[in-house]
Write a protein that binds this ligand. Structure first.
Ligand code: 8DG
Ligand code: MN
Ligand code: MN
Length: 392
């Protein structure tokens, strides 16, 4: 017979590739997780996210409840959902949710760059339901939200690996102008092997620590002058103000949340045909085209034109000093649950504090240096998990 290898309850102790054999269940669980997140129910959000994640890591298709024997992170609610899907192919709670107006509206609003759950909920409670209602309203948007609405139709399109590699070349050219031997690494989902992403994440460093200081504003200024940047929000490095013992989700690196204007390489779409995507929100504004400007006083519809030769793409740039590079790389590669469980594991099992800058050992009262991700896993007493297996 086969010897069952126990499945760890920690995502950072599992190997999760992109080959998800249980999509039917994980899609349903992700919808429940998303709904909990949109209702700011942190407990259920984590429970459904963990349940989904553990199923993603299984090397077999679940075909009967017996297949779930000994699998951690599956509560009663999640098990019931799996059972219902095994019996009838769908889950009533999920079917109801995807028809639910609040769920649909909050999902649409939070898909706008710069809009979080609290803001989306506020707009929903004010009776707003569509993007055009937002655009026509008297709401005072942040600069980020204005850009989010302006480039909405492009930003909800998946970014391809080909586009990510093209953006990498553009950034390399810009960065090397100011710092010739700077190292630029593709992080986030693309480093985990994904073919599509919602944005493109980059980490930049230089072997001579200190040389990276001030780089980001020079690079963004130059690219802005080249007409490549549609939006940028630069944050300076504030690590010096940080109490190192905090394990915050957000780091203190110099960074830029931006929107690139990516020139389309080939015009391979027939005239009048748009890229296919199933989003309601996209359909809602489609057809406005340039004429849409008349009905939208604040011109928040720049990407509605079908025949434009560029695409707006979200890009995150992060600059790390070389001594923190391995920690930054680990922190920016994700997935989000993998990161969360790494920090939780460090705290509870290693009495250590992990963040994207460092690892602090409470017992030895010292920072543990690392030049590679492998060394960080070793400090934590974990088997090394390569990026392609961090899709938790
Ligand atoms: P996607 O873009 O394809 O949707 O997937 P992703 O690449 O895994 O997600 P992401 O939202 O781009 O986040 C990439 C990693 O960056 C993720 O593990 C969390 C990490 N990260 C930080 N700080 C911040 C931050 O301030 N904002 C965001 N969005 N992500 C951050 O370490
Ligand atoms: Mn990303
Ligand atoms: Mn990102």
């Amino acid at each position: 017979g086969t010897i069952a290898v126990p499945v760890s309850p920690h995502a950072c102790q599992r190997r999760t590739t992109l080959n998800n054999r249980n999509r039917l269940f994980t899609d349903a669980l992700n919808i429940l997780a998303e709904n909990a997140e949109l209702s700011e129910n942190e407990g259920p959000y984590l429970a459904f996210t963990r349940a989904s994640s553990v199923l993603k890591s299984l090397p077999y298709n679940v075909t009967k409840m017996d297949d779930l024997k000994g699998i951690p992170n599956l509560g009663d609610h999640s098990r019931k959902l799996i059972e219902e899907i095994l019996e009838g192919g769908t889950c009533n709670e999920v079917q109801d949710l995807i028809q639910n107006v609040r769920y649909q509206t909050l999902k649409k609003f939070t898909s706008i760059f710069g809009v979080g759950v609290k803001t989306a909920d506020k707009w929903f409670k004010e009776g707003l339901r569509t993007l055009n209602e937002l655009r026509a309203s008297t709401i005072k948007f942040t600069k980020q939200q204005e850009a989010g609405l302006l480039y909405y139709e492009d930003l909800i399109l998946p970014v391809t690996k080909v586009e990510a590699d093209l953006i990498k070349q553009i950034i390399e050219e810009a960065v090397h102008r100011f710092l010739p031997s700077a190292i630029i690494t593709l992080t986030g989902g693309f480093r985990r092997g994904k073919e599509y992403g919602h944005d493109v994440d980059f980490l930049i460093t230089h072997r001579e620590e200190g040389r990276e200081e001030g780089l980001i504003s020079k690079v963004i200024s130059w690219m802005t002058a080249q007409g490549i940047i549609l939006y940028d929000d630069i944050t300076d490095n504030s690590y010096h103000k940080w109490k190192y013992k905090e394990s915050e989700t957000f780091d203190r690196f110099a960074k830029c949340f931006s929107i690139f204007k990516l020139q389309k390489m080939v015009h391979n779409l027939e005239p009048g045909r748009t890229c296919s995507h199933g989003s309601l929100a996209a359909n809602e504004t489609r057809g406005i085209g340039l004429a849409g400007h008349a009905g939208s006083p604040r011109h928040l519809t720049a990407t509605a034109a079908k025949d434009k030769d560029w695409k707006a793409v979200r890009v995150d740039l992060v600059v790390a000093p070389f001594g923190q590079y391995a920690y930054a790389l680990l922190g920016w590669t994700g997935s989000r649950l993998f990161e969360r469980d790494l920090r939780r594991y460090a705290k509870h099992f290693g009495h250590m504090i992990l963040n994207s800058h460092s690892l602090f050992d409470n017992k030895q009262n010292t920072f543990l240096l690392a030049a590679t991700e492998e060394e960080i896993f070793a400090h934590l007493g974990l088997d090394y998990i390569p990026p392609q297996e961090r899709n938790a």
